[in-house]
Design a protein around this ligand. Structure first.
Ligand SMILES: *[C@@H]1O[C@H](CO)[C@@H](O)[C@H](O)[C@H]1NC(C)=O
Ligand SMILES: *[C@@H]1O[C@H](CO)[C@@H](O)[C@H](O)[C@H]1NC(C)=O
Ligand SMILES: *[C@@H]1O[C@H](CO)[C@@H](O)[C@H](O)[C@H]1NC(C)=O
Ligand SMILES: *[C@@H]1O[C@H](CO)[C@@H](O)[C@H](O)[C@H]1NC(C)=O
Length: 390
């Protein structure tokens, strides 16, 4: 048997370190991709020093966008990358938040948890990752870590419909860095060993238990790791440089979950009350289509995959129950038609752009509907002998 590859075209939860995002299905063609480098506010470091800063309202792409990539590193005033041996990047975290319009928070340095209140809220994830508040973040491994979100996915941000009335969406970054130039014990300083920091109280003035040998309680902002006698104390201005790749949102994109607005039945005949969503996306690796089926919620009236030129590849239409017995429950989708193309008859080429269509009846409003399409693709055709064993 040739083992087919499986791929869900939509709905995927992506787990990044401690972060968790529900991301949406979409387009894309590279010409739509935008990229920009940004710098955090400057932070000054001397040998052995620690910064753990929260910078609010940092520069970020504006508007409703889909993020494809996010990465960061520490650079000096000339823009050169700074070695981890000099400045150890303990962690960085970029967080999205809503703040009441007109509130100036650019110079603030407090922890977001201390600001939580009627004028400020950290944006939480939805769906599978509900209530995890973290967005992007890594540490010293940043430079050699791939953070690209593969097609047809992207992390949707800046959707004006999601921002509460009277609020604005902004971003903050938390940078925790340790300068290890000239320190007596580089590893000890990066591991925040309390003895090297001479820390006996934490940043809130609470005593640190003698059993606690090392960790964040001992290397908070403005603590100092032990430096070799006589080491020159040169001050250095540094920045977190972060690079975002994104594309501007297009209302025709099909998110994992979406809403169907009711049509105006006074002007439109009920036959025309169809919510039709289409998106195109790239299949980096093709193969032979083995099986296809869509997933829709109540209200769904069909979904299909097409080639760019409009040629249909597979369509999947729901069957609604009409009675009361199991498997025939009235008003529910009890089955979806499937595609089993003749072996080898439908080939998807490497890099081919496909279009997914999802139709819902809009004679009434639907929320949280989905447009998923599941396909099995085989890289090779079965050999003759294997076919005969089916
Ligand atoms: C270490 O901490 C103690 C108590 O807080 C203080 O008296 C002492 O001067 C500190 N030593 C250094 C080298 O900072
Ligand atoms: C959305 O995409 C369609 C098709 O590619 C294009 O015609 C339209 O101009 C785009 N809309 C926006 C707001 O970019
Ligand atoms: C979706 O609806 C459009 C009309 O709005 C129709 O042309 C198309 O065939 C429908 N697709 C499916 C899969 O039912
Ligand atoms: C479902 O129930 C309806 C109404 O009782 C009936 O007409 C129909 O034949 C049933 N369908 C199936 C597949 O049993």
């Amino acid at each position: 048997m040739v083992k087919p590859q499986q791929s869900w075209l939509y709905c995927l939860a992506l787990f990044l370190a401690v972060s968790c995002e529900v991301i949406t299905g979409l387009v894309l063609d590279d010409s739509m991709m935008k990229s920009a480098d940004y710098l955090s506010p400057e932070f000054a470091m001397k040998p052995g020093s620690v910064v753990n800063k929260f910078y609010y309202n940092i520069d970020f792409p504006k508007g409703h966008i889909g993020i494809k990539d996010f990465n960061a590193e520490v650079v000096d005033e000339a823009g050169n990358s700074v070695s981890l041996q000099d400045t150890y990047l303990h962690h960085w975290v970029v967080v999205r938040y809503y703040v009441r319009k007109g509130l100036e928070d650019k110079g603030l340095r407090s922890k977001p948890t201390l600001r939580q209140g009627p004028d400020f809220m950290v944006v939480r994830n939805t769906g599978v990752c509900k209530n995890l508040g973290q967005y992007f973040g890594l540490g010293s491994e940043t430079r050699k870590t791939v953070t690209h979100v593969p097609d047809p996915y992207a992390i949707e941000v800046g959707n004006p419909d999601e921002v509460p009335e009277g609020f604005e969406e902004r971003w903050l970054v938390n940078v925790h860095a340790i300068d290890t130039r000239g320190v007596v014990d580089r590893l000890g300083c990066t591991e925040c060993r309390c003895s090297l920091y001479n820390s006996t109280i934490d940043e809130y003035g609470r005593p640190i238990s003698p059993d606690y040998e090392g960790g964040l309680y001992c290397c908070y902002d403005q603590t100092q790791c032990k430096v070799k006698e006589g080491f020159a104390h040169s001050l250095r201005k540094l920045y977190l440089k972060y690079t975002v790749k994104w594309f501007d949102w297009n209302e025709s994109f099909l998110p994992v979950e979406y809403e169907v607005s009711p049509c105006d039945s006074s002007t439109v005949s009920s036959n025309d009350c169809i919510d039709n969503k289409r998106i195109s996306f790239n299949m980096p690796r093709g193969g032979y289509l083995v099986y296809g089926v869509a997933h829709q919620h109540a209200g769904g009236i069909g979904s299909a995959l097409y080639r760019k030129d409009g040629q249909a590849i597979c369509s999947s239409i729901p069957t609604y129950g009409q009675g009361n017995e199991v498997g025939n429950e009235s008003g529910y989708i009890v089955g979806m038609s499937t595609c089993y193309p003749d072996p080898g008859s439908i080939k998807i080429n490497d890099g081919e752009t496909l279009v997914l269509e999802s139709n819902y009846s809009s004679s009434q409003k639907h929320t949280g509907v989905m447009g998923l399409f599941y396909i099995l693709v085989s890289e090779q055709l079965p050999r003759q002998k294997e076919i005969s064993t089916f």
